[in-house]
Design a protein around this ligand. Structure first.
Ligand code: APR
Length: 239
């Protein structure tokens, strides 16, 4: 099956579901991270102020897990789409893992930050950091100790790159949401934003219908490693 129209400007949103088959846990599925950890303890500025050791332990474990994981066929299909697509392309991810870039994606915005980076709350410097972080680590830029935190966006904090993302949402003619439950704003509101602009085809690719599934014009359900490569092949066939 091909599309009845061709597209010039694509925005793709991804969530934890695209990395699930690489062995990274999602958040809200039956075995998800938020069924095992209290998110108010490990993913809020207040939780970090109360117990920074607990928060560092949580992100250290996630960093180790990420370093063992590999990109899967869905990440690879999106990287191939970007490489071979003639028009505008933007990949917006809620994921803090680096599997999209390891698969080859380049026009990519991490709206919830990056697990393999840390930020100094004293000087604001962001540093690549693949290893463990603890309270004694000094900032490589200003030398201050105890002021480093994961470069991830916690609940109650402002996601990154929002202006750029909203500009792209308003001008795209294809919006595809992949592997996200649609429970966390502002990303959950992107499809409504695209619909307001009124010109884009909207597609949801997910294992199960998301909270906002009825807002999408087209919905395909199955494991990301199957449905994302199939969808990308269909796009190429219509181009
Ligand atoms: N293929 C495709 N989709 C999958 C797969 C898979 N193999 N496995 C799970 N999913 C889907 C689930 O059906 C679910 O709808 O992925 C979605 C994951 O949802 P969440 O766990 O809520 O993850 P996400 O939507 O990315 O969470 C958003 O919440 O806690 C925060 O900051 C965190 O960025 C995250 C945000």
């Amino acid at each position: 099956m091909t599309f009845e129209r061709s597209f010039r400007s694509i925005v793709i949103l991804t969530g934890a579901g695209i990395s699930a088959e690489s062995g990274l846990g999602t958040f809200r599925d039956r075995d998800g991270l938020w069924t095992k950890y209290d998110l108010s303890e490990v993913a809020t500025p207040e939780g970090f102020a109360r117990n920074p050791v607990l928060v560092h332990d949580f992100y250290n474990a996630r960093r180790r897990n990420l370093l063992e994981a590999q990109p899967n066929a869905a990440h690879a299909a999106l990287a191939a789409l970007e490489r071979q697509w003639g028009g505008d392309f933007l990949l917006v991810t809620q994921n803090v893992d680096d599997l999209h870039e390891r698969a080859g994606s380049q026009r990519l915005l991490h709206m919830h930050g990056e697990l393999l980076k840390i930020r100094c709350e004293h000087c604001g410097h962001v540093t690549a950091w693949p290893g463990d972080l603890d309270l004694a680590t000094a900032c490589p830029a200003c030398g201050n100790a105890g002021s480093l935190r994961p470069h991830v966006v916690w609940f109650g904090e402002m996601p990154l790159y929002m202006e750029e993302i909203y500009d792209a949402l308003q001008s795209c003619d294809l919006f595809v949401s992949i592997g996200t439950s649609g429970q966390v704003y502002p990303a959950a509101g992107f499809v409504a934003e695209v619909r307001r602009a009124g010109r884009a085809h909207t597609v949801e690719l997910n294992l199960d219908p998301s909270d906002g599934h009825s807002l999408f014009a087209e919905r395909l359900y199955g494991p990301a490693t199957e449905i994302v490569p199939e969808f990308v092949a269909r796009l190429f066939a219509s181009a």
